[in-house]
Ligand binder design. Structure first.
Ligand code: UD1
Ligand code: CA
Length: 458
């Protein structure tokens, strides 16, 4: 049987106190709504439909290409939100999973288990429930004398007796699609909030004689909905722990998992060591035996094997096997350190290749540069790549030695094995093997200091 997933993501999320719609807020670099899309995909949904409304111009780009989009023009309740997907599912005859766009922690296997239970009993609906010591705010599961699910009552509509129930509605469901849309047509808004409640579908389906089931989970954490910044931080902490535990189980060492933040798409090989205060984000990959940290942030960066990445910020950089960076290196997009290369302390590299074994150890800026193998760049050297309008290229060939405090004014080429004297400003190409000096000649006047005593001001 086919499965469609509907992600409810039209609400405003006023408690976030944000100009951004709630579902655009991120957990470990991935927007909430994308976590829901991923859960639906991983659970095996054949179709995913995101219901958007509030702030949809910001939400649609986050799901485009991965989910169909249905628009709920005014937010009249969760039943109305599901109805917004009715047109898209007009010819659909299968199971419909409903997920909240603000609940990033749901486990795909839980969704699969709910769907299996629904199919087994040909139930109209299976609702995911959990027992909470503090159920305030959640819909409560009302069961009959035989223990069967009768209906769900919302907090604001609950009697004192109902409010004492600890079994709560998680907001995740698996429905029989046809039964769902039939029942939705009967949902009214005669309740404390004047809204159309999706939860009313349970009582309606039961009255129609179809089985209505609850699937209770012991892992209530996966049901956490994000309604506030506090809950956003809590969701981040839970997901951080889950991801870190996965990497540790796969052979990654972490000195301090609590200060290690790894995005969901990051790949880390076994025997990598992560020191405190490390963020690995986007599609970053770290190869075997590399050590990263402390205090490093790598985004969309590929690190090879046996690298040492110390206090480094890298964005879209390539760091090949055995290369070392930092402390305090900044590698910007298209910085490429080849095997065994070094970008040392207070070094910034942008759109440049640093050849095999080449070293930029201290206080340098290298941009738009192609550097060969075995090059040494002296402390404080800069490729002057920008004339205020255009960027220009620098080429430094194999084995060149650049003295400290050299300005290489691009476009310029330093030939293989050339030697540039310290303090030079290089504005013309240097031939292979030549010595280039581009600095003022030193002059000296003997005894000058004694002949010019400085008198102290009175
Ligand atoms: C809902 C459930 C409640 C459950 C709780 C779990 C109903 C009536 N109540 O309550 O039983 O315990 O979730 O978290 O369903 N949304 C729309 N359009 C709307 C209204 C909501 O897209 O018109 C979206 C929201 O953006 C959100 C989700 O639906 O992602 C849930 O809505 P929310 O208002 O947060 O429902 P709760 O009051 O939390
Ligand atoms: Ca909610």
């Amino acid at each position: 049987m086919e499965t469609a997933a509907i992600i409810l993501a039209a609400g405003a999320g006023t408690r976030m106190k944000s100009k951004k719609p709630k579902v655009a807020h991120e957990v470990l670099g991935r927007p909430l709504v994308q976590w829901a899309v991923c859960a639906a995909e991983e659970a095996g949904a054949d179709r995913v439909i995101a219901v958007v409304g509030h702030g949809r111009e910001a939400v649609i780009p986050l799901v485009e290409g991965r989910a169909e989009v249905a628009v709920q023009t005014s937010q009249r309740g969760t039943a109305d939100a599901v109805l917004a997907a009715a047109d898209a599912l007009a010819d659909f005859d299968g199971a419909v999973v409903v997920l909240s766009g603000d609940s990033p922690l749901i486990r795909p296997e839980t969704i699969r288990e709910m769907c299996a239970l629904r199919a087994e009993h040909d139930a109209a609906v299976v609702v995911l429930t959990m027992d909470l010591t503090n159920p305030f705010g959640y819909g409560r599961i009302v069961r009959d004398g035989a223990g069967e699910v009768e209906r769900i009552v919302e907090q604001k509509d609950a009697t004192a007796e109902e409010a004492a129930i600890t079994e709560c509605n998680s907001g995740f469901y698996c429905f029989d699609g046809r039964a769902l849309f039939e029942a939705l047509a009967q949902v009214g808004s005669d309740n404390a909030q004047g809204e159309f409640y999706l939860t009313d579908v349970l009582a309606i389906s039961r009255a129609a004689g179809r089985p209505v089931l609850a699937y209770k989970t012991d892992d209530a954490e996966q049901c956490l909905g994000v309604n506030s910044r506090g809950q956003l931080a809590e969701a981040t902490r839970v997901m951080q722990r889950r991801i870190n535990e996965g990497h540790m189980a796969a052979g990654v060492t972490m000195w301090d998992p609590a200060t290690t933040y790894i995005g969901p798409e990051v790949e880390i090989a076994p025997d990598v060591e992560l020191l405190p205060n490390v963020m690995l984000l986007g599609k970053t990959v770290v190869g075997e035996d590399s050590v990263v940290g402390p205090n490093s942030r790598l985004t969309d960066t590929r690190v090879g094997r046996g690298c040492r990445i110390d206090e480094t910020v890298a964005v879209e950089a390539l760091i090949d096997d055995g290369a070392t960076t930092g402390p305090r290196a900044y590698l910007r997009p298209a910085a490429h350190l080849c095997e065994g290369a070094k970008a040392g302390t207070h070094v910034e590299i942008k759109k440049s290749t640093i050849g095999k074994g080449s070293k930029v150890p201290h206080l340098s800026y290298i941009g738009d540069t192609t550097m060969g193998e075995g090059v040494n760049i002296g402390a404080g050297s800069i490729t002057c790549n920008y004339d205020g309008v255009n960027k220009h290229a620098t080429v430094i060939e194999d084995g060149a030695f650049i003295g400290s405090d050299t300005m290489m004014v691009a476009p310029v080429t330093i030939g293989a094995g050339a030697l540039v004297g310290a303090g030079s400003t290089i504005t013309k190409d240097v031939a292979a093997g030549a010595l280039a000096l581009g600095r003022a000649k030193q002059s000296e006047i003997a005894g000058w200091v004694a002949a010019h005593p400085i008198e102290k001001k009175k």
